[in-house]
Every structure is written in structure tokens, then in C-alpha cells.
Design a protein around this ligand. Structure first.
Ligand code: GLY
Length: 462
């Protein structure tokens, strides 16, 4: 945890921003895999971590803004739990770590909220993504679980997003600690992968490494695949063969659960072939141009479109795209090859704060989500501010099903040379991703360098 003062200050700012009412925070509970005592690894809710820092299940908290009270609700372990999972400090000790001296038994929460309700006070809560907490909202506030998120407080969401979007120095240190581990994972994968091995052998070794370096494990399930044209391919069962490329999209969490998210693409047998080098170079250059464009005041959607124009110009030089590049991108033809967005916010969540609603994080009243295929998948479009941490992850993907569909529809025939594209249908995909901090005068790629230029990737992969 950070010092108690950090959490007290964060809550103080939140109170000031919202002004009045009661703010309800629900921590996460253990989540069973297949029977009650067999749980997934516990992961605390990220907004709970941000404002209270406490990384244990079955906690809730309220901030009563009008009475200037911060109250933590929890329970002591039973003797059975002490026998089976071991003892832990008393709840008030956790309260002190979080800067709270008002620590109350969990079963008082309902009474507190009932009283507030009866007085007609505003009770603000955040959208919930776990069924247990939707049920908790129903129990505590009498709002049908299925409808609860529609009643979440927009003022609360916006205030939390505003605060969590700007990372402090201590948070950047945490993200860079996570990146140190991810750097090791990427290098391990490049060194270890050989023709004749299965993806799961390498993915398993990376997962093991993520748990063994003082972090909190993986920030998200590893994407490690020879079928890199599938953007979020969760499968690790393929045999790696000479000539294949691996897309390795992975990230560790720091001990305090800050995420990292890095993608490298490398040749299984240590050398890219000519076609792979050509496509890799296009993606690499597009990423460089995108990073160069990042600074406060710039709309991330413009950076996304800039990257798409570079990708499309590269494909035009290879004969896969024809006619005017700007017109092709404006029409959305590039989305055949880059159907996703350039990146997203990164912080305590790998897609930071998206549990609060993707549009609250990535869009504003002025910058609304596009309806065009491809561009509509951009998670972050808004104007960048100093202190944002974002991913920059252009890619080129040859998705046989999408190529077949568009070709059959004759979609964008004026821009796409389908005869040439047909010859790339077995190519796979290439993505390159880094985590970038927006600074007052530009940006900084976070973490130690991870092999990215073709010669470096080949040197580590051979
Ligand atoms: N890198 C995994 C993701 O963005 O979901």
C-alpha cells in the first residue's frame, strides 16, 4: 500500500469534486471456481484499491460527504477461517493503513444506508461488474440487481474517472515495476520459443515468471499465439512451427496491482521471412509515428487515424491497397487490416476503469464514438492530458473470414486489391504495443526497452 495519507488525500479530493451525499464503495468478494471453497485468485476492485488501498475480500466503505466521515465496513475472521487460512491483523489495523479510524462491523452497513435513505439523502454508487456485488446493491438499496447499473451515479463515475486518469509519480513507479516483470516475460518467450514446442509451454513459463518476481501475477490472460490475426486469441494449444510468427501480448501486475500491457511479435525460428519483414516494418513505423504524435491537447482518435494512414500507405506500397490513402481511411477501408483501436488507458486495470463504462473513460460529450466498423472499436478517443498512461498498439491482421466476407460483398473494391490480399490469407497478424505516459511536453515510453526493431527481435529470438 501507499502511505495512509495518499488514500486520505484521494478521498478528500473526491468529496470536494462531488460536493454532497453518500458515496458507497463495494470491495470484491472471493469468487468460486467450481464449489464454494475453491476460489479464483482474489482480486480487489480497482476503485476500492485506489481510494482505500485494502486488498482483502468482504469490505465495503462509505464516504459521508456532508458529515465528513469515512467509514470502513468489514468483519474479523472466524476461528474456523483462522484455522484454515491463517490469522490476519484486526480490522482497525487495516483502517489505520487506509487513514480511517471509523471501522464498523459489515452488518451495520445496511442500517447506515437505510437511515440515509429515510432522510432522502443521495446515495451514489458505481456500476458493478460482478454478480455478487449486483446482488449486494439489491440487498442494500432495494434496487433490482438486473437494473442496478442503470441507477449508478454519473457524478460519482465522472469524478472517479477524472481522478484515476491522471497518474502520480508513485503510480508510474508501480506501472514501471510491473513493466520490469513484463520485459522479462517477453525476453523469456523470445529466447524459449522454438519450432516443435507448443504455445502453452511458453505461456505457462511466462505465467510462472509473473508470479515469481514480487508482483501480483498476470494483469490479464496471456495472448500468445501463432494465429495472431485473432486479436484476443486466448488459446495456447498450437504447435509452433518454423515460419510461424508469435504474437505475444502479455502483462504482469505490480505488487499493488498496477498493470502493464506489452505486445511483441517475433519469428519462431529466429528470422522473419521477406513478407513478414515488410509487414512488420509497416507496423513498427506506424507505432513510431503514433508515439511521436502523442502530447497533451491531441485527440487520441486523431493519433489512431494517423497510425491507420501509415499502415494503409505501407499496404499500398505493397500493392494490397490502391487509390488515395486518406480517402481509404476516411471511408474505413483500413479496418479490413486493423479492425481494432490504437489503444486504451492503463492503470490499476489493464483497460483502466472500463468497469465504470468504456465511454466515460475514452469519450466525452464533445468526442463521441464513431459508428464506422473498425473506428467504433477505439476504446480511447478523447483529448490527451499530461499524466495519462495509454497503450499504443497498432497492428496488421489478415483475417480470412473478414477478407472472404468483404470480398463477397465487394466492399471497398475501389481501395482494396482483393487478388493480392488473397495471397496473405495465411499470413496471421502482427501487433506491436508499448505503454506510454503523456507528459507536459510530449510523452515517454515507460519501462526498460524491450526488443522491438527487427534486428533486436531476431537477436533475442534466435
Ligand atoms: N492486451 C490485452 C488487452 O488489451 O485486452
Amino acid at each position: 500500500m501507499f502511505s495512509a495519507n495518499v488514500y486520505t488525500e484521494r478521498r478528500k479530493r473526491l468529496k470536494k469534486n462531488i460536493g454532497s451525499g453518500i458515496l458507497l464503495f463495494l470491495g470484491n468478494e472471493e469468487s468460486p471456481i467450481n464449489y464454494p471453497d475453491n476460489s479464483y485468485v482474489f482480486r480487489q476492485d480497482s476503485s476500492f484499491l485506489y481510494f482505500w488501498g485494502l486488498d482483502l475480500p468482504e469490505l465495503a466503505a462509505i464516504i459521508d460527504i456532508d458529515e465528513d466521515r469515512d467509514i470502513l465496513f468489514g468483519r474479523e475472521l472466524t476461528i474456523d477461517e483462522k484455522v484454515w487460512i491463517g490469522p490476519r491483523p484486526a480490522l482497525n489495523e487495516y483502517g489505520l493503513k487506509s487513514g480511517v479510524d471509523d471501522v464498523v462491523a459489515f452488518d451495520r452497513l445496511q442500517a447506515e444506508l437505510l437511515q440515509a435513505n429515510q432522510k432522502g439523502r443521495d446515495i451514489h454508487f458505481l456500476p458493478q461488474y460482478r454478480p455478487q456485488n449486483l446482488i449486494r446493491i439489491q440487498q442494500l438499496l432495494g434496487i433490482d440487481a438486473a437494473l442496478a447499473n442503470a441507477s449508478a451515479s454519473e457524478a460519482f463515475i465522472k469524478a472517479v474517472v477524472a481522478q484515476r486518469s491522471i497518474k502520480t509519480r508513485e503510480e508510474i513507479e508501480q506501472i514501471e515495476a510491473a513493466l520490469d516483470i513484463t520485459c522479462e516475460m517477453q525476453i523469456l518467450a523470445m529466447n524459449m520459443s522454438k519450432p516443435g514446442m507448443y504455445e502453452k509451454e511458453v505461456a505457462g513459463a511466462m505465467a510462472g515468471l509473473s508470479y515469481s518476481r514480487g508482483g501480483a501475477g498476470l494483469a490479464f490472460p496471456i495472448i500468445f499465439t501463432v494465429r495472431g490475426h485473432i486479436q484476443h486469441n486466448p488459446h495456447h494449444g498450437n504447435l509452433m512451427q518454423a515460419g510461424d510468427m508469435i504474437v505475444n501480448d502479455c502483462g504482469a501486475e505490480s505488487a499493488m496491482h498496477y498493470a502493464s500491457d506489452i505486445t511483441r511479435t517475433f519469428p519462431v525460428s529466429g528470422k522473419f521471412d521477406q513478407r513478414q519483414r515488410e509487414i512488420y516494418t509497416i507496423v513498427f513505423e506506424a507505432q513510431k509515428k503514433a508515439i511521436e504524435a502523442i502530447q497533451p491537447g491531441v485527440e487520441y482518435r486523431e493519433v489512431h487515424l494517423l497510425a491507420c494512414r501509415h499502415l494503409t500507405a505501407g499496404l499500398k506500397a505493397l500493392g494490397l491497397v490502391k487509390d488515395d490513402v486518406d480517402a481509404a481511411v476516411a471511408a474505413g477501408a483500413h479496418a479490413l487490416f486493423m479492425p481494432g483501436g490504437l489503444g486504451h488507458m492503463l492503470g490499476l486495470d489493464v483497460h483502466d476503469m472500463e468497469g465504470l463504462g468504456e465511454d466515460y473513460v475514452g469519450y466525452t460529450d464533445e468526442i463521441q464514438r464513431s459508428e464506422q466498423f473498425g473506428t467504433c472499436n477505439l476504446r480511447l478517443a478523447r483529448v490527451l492530458e499530461s499524466g495519462f498512461v495509454i497503450t499504443v498498439e497498432p497492428g496488421l491482421y489478415f483475417i480470412p473470414e473478414l477478407i472472404d466476407q468483404w470480398k463477397a460483398e465487394k466492399r471497398f473494391e475501389e481501395f482494396i486489391n482483393y487478388n493480392k490480399v488473397e495471397t496473405y490469407k495465411n499470413f496471421g497478424g502482427i501487433r506491436i504495443e508499448d505503454d506510454v505516459l503523456v507528459l507536459e511536453d510530449g510523452c515517454r515510453v515507460l519501462g526498460n526497452p524491450i526488443p522491438k526493431a527487427i534486428e533486436d527481435v531476431e537477436a533475442f529470438s534466435s
